[in-house]
Design a protein. Sequence first.
Length: 495
Amino acid sequence: MAPRLWAARKLLKSTGIIIVSIDEHELPRLWLLMEEIFDERNRIATIVWERSRKNDATYISEGHEYMLIWARNKSEIDAKVSRMALEPEWEGVRGKWRKPKDGVEPIMTAYMEAKAEHGEDLEKIQEALDLFFAELPRNHPSRRIRYKKVDSQGVYNADGNLNWPGGGGPRYDVIHPVTGKPCKVPSSGWRYTQENMEDLIARGRIAFKADHTGIPRLITYLHEMDKEVRTSVVTKSGQRSVEVVEAILGKGVFRNPKDHELLAELFNLVTWRDKKAIFLDPYAGSGTSGHAILAMNAEDFGSRKFILIESGDLSGSAQVPRDEYTDLITAERIRRVITGNWTDGKKHATYKTGFHFFVAREEIDKKAIMSSTRERLADIILQVVEDDSNRIDCRVDGYEYLIGRTRLGYGIALVWSTTPDDQTEQVLEWSILEPILDEAERARVQRPIHIYATASTAPIDQDLYRFHQIPDSILARLGILEMVEGVNGNIYETQ
């Protein structure tokens, strides 16, 4: 996970968000890794998805997964939340993350259908809405919504509190429109100034009781109150996501898929429903993320883009060979979702869009590493250093040789010319070691410095530096060659 997470962090913009799904077995290790790579202060939340109940469990059913949400830079996210309220392009959008309130959409749909049928006849619209509520199943989420009356402005609730929170609010007379006498004043005072109260009354936003002895209430409309904060617990059966994948690709093709509807909700949440957002999934699996984004674009005519990366199933129980996996599962799901040509043969929605499919055919071998540019080779080195003592804390720029520092503060340097064909310019010599040590002192990184080069003729000094031979030490880190470490950090291939 570490190399891909480091790469993901590098690709995220400053206001970017990363969501990582994991089960209970790897949660502790992933959490610590996220804190190390993204910093504890950038943690947003952990969502628990309860997807099933395991009745055959001996002790306690653990039928849930976790979604760890981290920001690239939480302070940038906080600043964006505050800034959105002032930017014209975000007018009407709250800076805080909010999701549609459960049960609101069916009510709004029923209201719009009644309005389309009955025009401005509020009595007929109210009758249709009353019938809608009466026919709802007992546990339907719309039953919990208190907005059930209609007027010329929409579906409303006349039970808003006009009390000043905590006490000490302004006290003035509010005249009842029928009796002509002052209404009862809340014990804590009015919630609004007299000027604001008069404006609300003029706009018909205050509901008066039968007479002045009752405290008026605030009228609020469903279309204004249709958002709520997402909680950290999601209760949704995972069987639905299994059924969707089986309907698209067939049974037994992919195990434990994610729920594309849940992902769409989270994606909309963390991007403020930005129609131009770009999503990267480096563990694409069956292509659930792509499916979610296609559905999001269809819903609001968005132009979101996705990048899916998948390298195939390496387990012995894989149903599809690794070299065919991405084409026959990941890309094939996206094709079938776009065309509506699912395996189940039923009629499904189609999408007027498309995607590009690329295959990375180059193997990482000695030749590929030796032909790398300095920038690319530095990226590889900083991603494959995976021991606890060597994991990268940050990259160092602006130096000729120094490229980074480890988690513990030790420097990492690379001796690599701009013309990789000339191997003589990529050898660690004493004349090169001196400026590397000078750079390390200026950057205030600790010694010994981990130095990568094709060879070394510099004197051995374990206190000053550790030499790592290119390309063998990198291939060893990737597990491509069987290696043993020799004197002074030299790596030798064993046959």
